[in-house]
Design a protein around this ligand. Structure first.
Ligand code: ZN
Length: 259
């Protein structure tokens, strides 16, 4: 039985051996959702979806950490590009909020302004996903409270909270709104994430690697085949079989995506 990786960046330059990475991924997965971050990577995502049909699925968007590097005009144009390729994509991603990045990577005086811009474009992604009637895969760092608030305010539907960073309480709030919690390889060393998985039912969970980052061994390159390690950890925590984990999370994928 094969699983689904709901979040990866397979165009990353670390994937010089992409054919091999896909070959290994196919042994454990029936698909990978590849997320774009900015104009160049969005086009690379479309290329990958073309090169590996019915395995690499495309999702396009503008990553919150990329927002400060681009003008409003450029981001608006990219959102138009995303919309004009709606027949080639199955989700909107990557989008969301990242206050950690704003704090560490930008001069202090730009923080407030860029935070407002992140929120503005996050809202535009939500509206676009609603218009196209496809799911949203959301990034959040140090911003879960605002992420949930913006989603709620804009009545977002079909939401996946990728690399979920929230508390058990925030996971429960998200579930009440009908959202899915995406769990990656960090579950191996994050007690907070283990507690979230223990507290919620598998019908709210999907799996992701976020390749090439968030590897099971810190600092190494991650790849989609490593989903099998997440399945193993979840099975242990929930005291169910690995096939149960795959079955339950696949049901959530079928519910969200028409693939
Ligand atoms: Zn990502």
């Amino acid at each position: 039985m094969k699983a689904f990786d709901v979040h990866a960046h397979l165009y990353d330059k670390k994937f010089t051996d992409i054919d091999n990475v896909i070959k290994n991924a196919k042994k454990v997965l029936n698909g990978v959702l590849v997320a774009g971050e900015h104009p160049e990577s969005n086009r690379q995502v479309l290329e990958l979806a073309k090169k590996y049909p019915k395995f690499c699925y495309a999702s396009l968007g503008f990553h919150p950490t990329r927002v400060p590097d681009f003008s409003d005009k450029e981001i608006e144009a990219e959102l138009k590009f995303v919309e004009s390729n709606s027949n080639k994509i199955i989700a909107i991603s990557e989008t969301g909020l990242d206050y950690m990045w704003l704090k560490h990577e930008l001069p202090k005086e730009r923080y407030e302004k860029e935070k407002v811009r992140q929120i503005n474009y996050f809202e535009k992604h939500i509206l676009l996903a609603k218009k196209l009637n496809i799911p949203l895969v959301i990034h959040s760092r140090w911003s879960m409270k605002d992420v949930l608030e913006v989603l709620r305010k804009n009545k977002a539907k079909n939401v996946i909270l990728h690399a979920f960073e929230g508390t058990v309480d925030e996971a429960v709030q998200a579930i009440k709104l009908g959202y899915k919690i995406s769990i990656g390889n960090t579950i191996k060393y994050s007690e907070a994430k283990q507690n979230v998985v223990k507290a919620i039912e598998l019908k709210h969970v999907v799996l992701e690697t976020d390749s090439p980052v968030l590897a099971p061994v810190k600092g190494e390159r991650n790849e989609p085949a490593n989903v099998k390690l997440i399945i193993k950890e979840i099975a242990k925590l929930k005291n169910v079989t690995e096939d149960n984990v795959i079955q339950e999370t696949n049901k959530n994928i079928e519910e969200l995506f028409k693939i």
